[in-house]
Design a protein around this ligand. Sequence first.
Ligand SMILES: [Zn+2]
Ligand SMILES: [Zn+2]
Ligand SMILES: [Zn+2]
Ligand SMILES: [Zn+2]
Length: 271
Amino acid sequence: MEPTTPYRKLFLHDKDNRVQNLYYDIEIKTIFIRTKLQNVKKKFWKYAKFLAKVYIEIIQPRMLEFGCIRDNAYCDWQRAKRKSYTNNSSEKKNEEIRMSSIYHEADDEYEEMVLESQLYDENIRLVQDKIKEINNHQKDIMYYKKCAHCETMKNVTTAECSLKHKLCYDCIHDKTECPVCDEDMGLFHCDICYRYKKELVDTGCKNKHQTCKVCLVKIIRKNNLCPFCRDTCNKVPPSVVPIYVEGTHHTVEEMEQPYSDGRGRYMSYSR
Ligand SMILES: [Zn+2]
Ligand SMILES: [Zn+2]
Ligand SMILES: [Zn+2]
Ligand SMILES: [Zn+2]
């Protein structure tokens, strides 16, 4: 059985199928070299610009011209038709037939021109879509670097090893040793979120239990109780935090103090 080659569109003015090959043989998503991507994009740009120029300078004027020729031929034909009705001579009849064939020829030429202009539209659209695809991919890989471990281009983070290896998420996730240099990254395991973190902090309980910072913030917000021993975490007594009387800049304590009105008399806020 013959291998079926997928249908490849032909591109206009495409010497040696260069644009076609560029269009079908290059998988944009697999290119991570920025200059190469830019070069491919430039080639498509150049081609789209060229097509647009030919379209505006040659195709469009020709289509208008052919349209006029066709419309005029139609009028001539209709006029000849009327003359042949009113004056039923074989001479007029022949004239009508001649005009009819001129019109149909002009109509065919015009329709051909329309099809050609549609080809230009289609080609320009295809190339513009390709340029869009390249633009999106360029945005995606803006911050990509080669992972020092799996050597693919990805978003990378810097490992805590002394050589500061750049590693992708898959390679660094859940590791305590750098997978490249095997150096211990000095990470601690948080028993609440089960992740390795740069540092752990005391929850503030009497047993000196520890979690990561992110977990501790959540615990304090939730119930302020150590998840290991249920002792209070944040020992700052809530009363130290000033409580303001609603709608004023005065604390409850201030409001309860009598104050001087400047004439030696004391007034009180309290009712
Ligand atoms: Zn990796
Ligand atoms: Zn390392
Ligand atoms: Zn945690
Ligand atoms: Zn505890």
